[in-house]
Design a protein around this ligand. Structure first.
Ligand code: MN
Length: 128
């Protein structure tokens, strides 16, 4: 069985590098998008198993992006996880309200990040 494919949508270079390194080291195939628009295009083209989506992005933000993914038949079933800033109180509930399946708070916890992604993938697998 091949490892899951994960699309990361994140405009902060340090967060992108950290998330990418952790997931690649764990064996996942990672694709990167630096804007919501690019992320939506890659999601349509490649149907990743899971999308990690920053909320604050240049242009379209993560809330609008998850709405677009949910309204598109080609992307609506993809597990989509918000990357929310821990300091921004209320971001987590707003992310769920906007249509995300789950959220992971930033700064990324290097001790738990990969296990959390693996659990979310497994939960999606059971639902499918
Ligand atoms: Mn951002």
């Amino acid at each position: 069985m091949s490892m899951a494919r994960i699309l990361i949508v994140e405009d902060n270079p340090m967060n992108m590098e950290l998330a990418t390194d952790l997931l690649q080291d764990a064996g996942y195939a990672v694709r990167q998008a630096h804007s919501a628009e690019e992320g939506i295009r890659l999601a349509e083209q490649e149907s990743p198993d899971l999308i990690l989506m920053d909320i604050r992005l240049p242009g379209m933000d993560g809330h609008a992006a998850v709405g677009a993914l949910r309204s598109n038949a080609r992307t609506r079933e993809i597990a989509t996880v918000a990357l929310t800033a821990q300091a921004m109180h209320g971001d987590e509930q707003r992310a769920l309200d906007a249509g995300f399946d789950a959220y992971i708070t930033k700064p990324i916890d290097t001790r738990t990040f990969v296990a959390t992604v693996a659990r979310l993938l497994a939960e999606r697998g059971r639902r499918a």
